[in-house]
Design a protein around this ligand. Sequence first.
Ligand SMILES: *[C@@H]1O[C@H](CO)[C@@H](O)[C@H](O)[C@H]1NC(C)=O
Ligand SMILES: *[C@@H]1O[C@H](CO)[C@@H](O)[C@H](O)[C@H]1NC(C)=O
Ligand SMILES: *[C@@H]1O[C@H](CO)[C@@H](O)[C@H](O)[C@H]1NC(C)=O
Ligand SMILES: *[C@@H]1O[C@H](CO)[C@@H](O)[C@H](O)[C@H]1NC(C)=O
Ligand SMILES: *[C@@H]1O[C@H](CO)[C@@H](O)[C@H](O)[C@H]1NC(C)=O
Ligand SMILES: *[C@@H]1O[C@H](CO)[C@@H](O)[C@H](O)[C@H]1NC(C)=O
Ligand SMILES: *[C@@H]1O[C@H](CO)[C@@H](O)[C@H](O)[C@H]1NC(C)=O
Ligand SMILES: *[C@@H]1O[C@H](CO)[C@@H](O)[C@H](O)[C@H]1NC(C)=O
Ligand SMILES: *[C@@H]1O[C@H](CO)[C@@H](O)[C@H](O)[C@H]1NC(C)=O
Length: 885
Amino acid sequence: MAILLLLLLLSPFLSLSFAGPVAVEFLYPNFTGSNFHFVDNSGGIFLTSPNSTFQAAIRNPDNQQTNFYLSVIHTASNTIVWTANRDSPIPNSGLVRLTSTGITISLPNNTVVWSTPSLPSPVRCLRLLDSGNLLLLDSKNSSLWQSFEHPTDTLVSGQRLPSGSSLVSSVSTANLSSGNFRLLVTSDDAVLQWMGSQQYWGLSTDPRASKDVNAQVSYMATNFSGLYLFSTRSDQEAVFQVNLGGADLWIARVDSRGRFHVSTYPAGPNSLHDTFVAPSNDCDLPLGCTALGICSGGGSTSTTCTCPSLFGKTTDSGDCTPNDGAVLASPSVCSGSSHPTSSFMSLGIGVDYFNYKYANPTRTGVNISSCEGLCNGNCSCLGFFYQNSTQACYLLEHELGSLTSSSTRDAIGYIKTSGSPSSSPSHSSDSSNLIAILLPTIAAGLLIVVLLVVVSQWWRRRRMRKSASQRIWKTKSTGLKELQLGRHKSSPVGSPDSDDEFASDDEIPIPGLPTRFTHLQLEAATDNFQTRIGSGGFGEVYKGVLPDKTLVAVKRVRVMGRKKEFFTEIAVIGSVHHINLVRLKGFCAQGSRRMLVYEYMNRGSLDKSLFGPGGPVLEWQERVDVAIGAARGLAYLHSGCQHKIIHCDVKPENILLHDGGHVKISDFGLAKMMTPEQSGLFTTMRGTRGYLAPEWLTNSAISDRTDVYSYGMVLLEIVHGRQNRSNGAVLKSEESGGTMGTESSSGFGESEYFPMVALEMHEQGKYVELADQRLEGRVTAEEVARMVKVALCCLHEEPGFRPSMVAVVGMLEGNVAVPQPRVDLLNFLRLYGRGFAVGPSGFSNAGLWPHGGGGARGSASNTTSTTTESPTYSFLSSQQISGPR
Ligand SMILES: *[C@@H]1O[C@H](CO)[C@@H](O)[C@H](O)[C@H]1NC(C)=O
Ligand SMILES: *[C@@H]1O[C@H](CO)[C@@H](O)[C@H](O)[C@H]1NC(C)=O
Ligand SMILES: *[C@@H]1O[C@H](CO)[C@@H](O)[C@H](O)[C@H]1NC(C)=O
Ligand SMILES: *[C@@H]1O[C@H](CO)[C@@H](O)[C@H](O)[C@H]1NC(C)=O
Ligand SMILES: *[C@@H]1O[C@H](CO)[C@@H](O)[C@H](O)[C@H]1NC(C)=O
Ligand SMILES: *[C@@H]1O[C@H](CO)[C@@H](O)[C@H](O)[C@H]1NC(C)=O
Ligand SMILES: *[C@@H]1O[C@H](CO)[C@@H](O)[C@H](O)[C@H]1NC(C)=O
Ligand SMILES: *[C@@H]1O[C@H](CO)[C@@H](O)[C@H](O)[C@H]1NC(C)=O
Ligand SMILES: *[C@@H]1O[C@H](CO)[C@@H](O)[C@H](O)[C@H]1NC(C)=O
């Protein structure tokens, strides 16, 4: 009775609350909804997942009033992760219907603009799962159709993107129609493409990705730990992986400028936090600038756009158009097989097309006039690039993208123009006819260009607004913060000068952060520093065992400046994680004692396997894997982490091996950290003799290309199996006196300076002869040639002409064409190889460096450094600096 009364009392409220539709978990057939029905009480939402992580709604993104979409929305970030009718938006009065035959979306006059395909059995209900998957279920609860199988521009955790399918960008955040960019999963990679075919990024060449196995890709997906391309052999096996830390939900999407983001949403409502963005440089985007804008900067520095010299910026659009009033060719203005009055305008020197890293030449082995002819005779050709050294011809089509400034390739570009109609009047009988046809099309073309510019400018503004909040990797300050959360609060903390930042230690153990050890703990772990496994400038390295039985290499650092600087370095090194970089597991800073605890690499350094007497010879495939692994590690240091890290001491001793084919770079980050401001001038560090780049002796700036040079030297040693300066006697005399031994150069003997031999053999086109004799021909000739060419490109005297490590990885893996090494930039090798005595004035010591050169710049001494600025590094001598083993 009381209950009845209560119901009666409540009934007005009950009916009130049911008056408007309420979002539910299931919908059953004969449901009809529109934005009108829902907008008042729920913003168009008509379905929610059980725990409300996702919602389905009829939405008008950016609050415009013309385009409404049936969407699945991630509630917390208010992000649209799927759209049913992206290419057929409906007005706000459009209707969504669920019937037993599926979902239809129609206009108010019942014209259907979108529907699910015909289904094998009747629909029992529509359901939205907590994963974000929208399902049509039959009476047996099995799935008839699911949104996860029809991705738009977004992939969420739990969703798979099979090989052969793609995520397609939206035109803008307000217009969700399919745009011109896509992320395509292929059988061996995930690539970004523009206009259907022009690749501008590939996961396999991204330094942040690591390759696990050689297998075909089955699908792309994210799991808790990151982004994976899973192999066809097993769901547990990844072909490529990008480790992103950990998150329950990753939202991976291609934005309307063509960038691929993998994001989480910890930052609060309406904001995603980008953990991975590719390409990371604006200038790698097809429209980093407007069409034909030359993009520079774009990485850690801001992007600048300029026009080629023969082109000017039109004031209203910002587009680059010919100064002389000619009109850019457009495929629509084309009669028969070629443009009416076409000519070509040069883009000038040092300019390349945005996708040159990935483009395949349209034709090779042709001269520049044939290349021009190919473009001239083809209506869809808008211009061409020609590379002199490889005789490769690249035709541009579809639409013109941005240019990059490039000093490393000898490519020259030309853009096709149709002479302006006024300047080339009637020389054909039907020219008036032609103009009548041409004018409107040209006008239309111009209109498109203007529209494009408006859109791209709008994008640029938008990006500028966003950029402040986009942080790709942990910042240095968070690194320090993590350090504060170290586990050993009670351990003595040392002098007061350094410890303000560490005063508020919280005892929150976070797995994966470098652990702080006490001296006693490490003394116990190493059995009182019993087993020495290496020694060098930084100090001795000892083998140790932690209480949990993991093997470690403990480096007892002799000098490491003040505690504050030490902590700063630790925070940075500890935050750098890559499969090809030795992991810092912990550290100790107690009183004046400094120790670094690294993971243990059981095969020791590469020099032992490569040059060591006895022991099995390193087989060719292992060498290739070592070369690629080391290159990937360096590429990550140069461009994968937040702070650019220049290693400064790349050599076989700092490349460590472990069973199972693991290859890791060690001792990185001990050189000074690079901030963007510093990166041009870096004069305080020195590397190791034999691997030093020429710029250490001249006054040019030290950059990531300095490591590339050293890597090139290492690559030659990997091919050859001997040290480049292999003659023991010469080595000794250098070490004692710092003088240059004059070697006999009769034939290709082992006493010759190997880089010079490599150059000579390259000129003769003979490569296999350079491979380690001990392999007795068990090599792949093609790979030897490739490795030698890559090595020689790395050795180019002019740093700007050396490839980046990212490009080196691409070349070694065969994804990027290997350019011809430039002999004119390598002649200096002959000079040093022939053992000349005195070079041009100012270079009188130059003869030292390929063999010795451990001395500071311009100084003949090879044991002291005269240019050190930071006390932290003053201990560095030319002595071999060993990594942890
Ligand atoms: C839906 O409506 C149609 C026609 O109005 C009707 O025939 C059908 O039985 C209804 N289905 C359900 C499940 O109510
Ligand atoms: C329905 O309306 C749209 C636009 O309002 C129109 O294009 C279409 O022809 C109409 N269909 C019918 C059958 O009237
Ligand atoms: C909702 O459910 C999903 C899947 O079960 C889970 O991953 C997520 O953490 C849940 N979210 C909330 C807010 O409970
Ligand atoms: C289908 O799933 C719903 C909800 O989980 C459940 O209530 C219903 O009993 C299921 N029906 C069948 C046939 O399994
Ligand atoms: C959305 O973009 C498409 C493709 O560029 C275009 O055809 C369409 O007109 C746009 N819609 C609106 C409302 O701007
Ligand atoms: C994600 O997948 C990779 C590759 O199979 C696997 O190694 C890793 O453990 C997975 N992470 C989680 C949290 O399942
Ligand atoms: C370019 O090549 C074509 C055909 O191979 C040849 O006819 C022409 O003379 C060459 N032009 C020059 C400038 O070498
Ligand atoms: C024009 O060039 C495009 C792209 O290079 C090519 O696909 C097409 O076949 C060419 N057409 C002619 C007629 O050569
Ligand atoms: C290309 O090569 C030719 C002959 O080999 C030379 O004359 C020309 O100057 C080179 N052009 C460039 C831009 O290097």
